[in-house]
Design a protein around this ligand. Structure first.
Ligand code: ATP
Length: 200
């Protein structure tokens, strides 16, 4: 059965940590397709430094496509809040007969029980999680056990850490510091060209 992984996020902006996480899971689990899905942020939730969806989508394409990943704008076009459970239902309709996987970093995984209709996610996709910026693999493994007891199928992988966040990147740009070690070159150029995040 074909394996398709979904990777959602604000991607404000996309960075090497995102790519590294997804590449790690692709090489270990052998996905045939990976979809990066930037989330729609409702206007009342938008932070002042949230780049327009058009820019976040464009940067995802610049970063993900050369690495053989796909980018989908399906959440950006959907009215109302972006719930992962709705996206997974949509993906099942779009790709029948496919096994779905949901990739996330530790912070998202550990908050899973706060997600909208989280128990439904367990039927829709297998969950893939990796540590993010500290060595919390044990915490992830015990949380995975808890979710498994509720019916989840989980993959907690000990991928090498790449402690990058979009927050750090936005801060560096505001401070006029280089970001070339944190994002693909094409994304860095895009940010500069469009003066995103308070850059000159
Ligand atoms: P921000 O700093 O603005 O909160 P972010 O860097 O956390 O952003 P998101 O777009 O919110 O990026 O993250 C999307 C997904 O990528 C989440 O599941 C998050 O846990 C994961 N992720 C982000 N950065 C890393 C990283 N360096 N290593 C592993 N996973 C990551």
């Amino acid at each position: 059965m074909e394996k398709l992984a979904m990777f959602g996020g604000t991607f404000n902006p996309i960075h090497n940590g995102h790519l590294h996480l997804v590449e790690g899971f692709r090489s270990r689990l052998g996905f045939q397709r990976v979809l990066f899905i930037p989330s729609r942020v409702p206007p009342h939730k938008a932070a002042p430094d949230l780049a327009d969806a058009v820019h976040r989508l464009a940067m995802c394409r610049l970063a993900a496509e050369p690495a053989g990943f796909e980018v989908s704008d399906l959440e950006l076009h959907r009215e109302g809040p972006s719930y992962t459970v709705d996206t997974l239902h949509q993906l099942h309709l779009m790709y029948p007969g496919t096994q779905l996987y949901l990739i996330m970093g530790a912070d998202m995984f550990l908050s899973l029980e706060q997600w909208y209709r989280f128990e439904e996610l367990f039927q829709l996709a297998q969950l893939c999680a990796a540590p993010r910026d500290d060595n919390n693999r044990q915490e992830l493994l015990s949380y995975a056990k808890r979710l498994q007891s509720m019916g989840a199928r989980t993959h907690v992988e000990d991928l090498p850490l790449l402690p990058v966040s979009s927050t750090i990147i936005r801060k560096r740009i505001r401070q006029g510091k280089p970001i070339s070690d944190l994002v693909p070159r094409a994304v860095e150029h895009y940010i500069m060209e469009h003066h995103l995040y308070g850059g000159n």
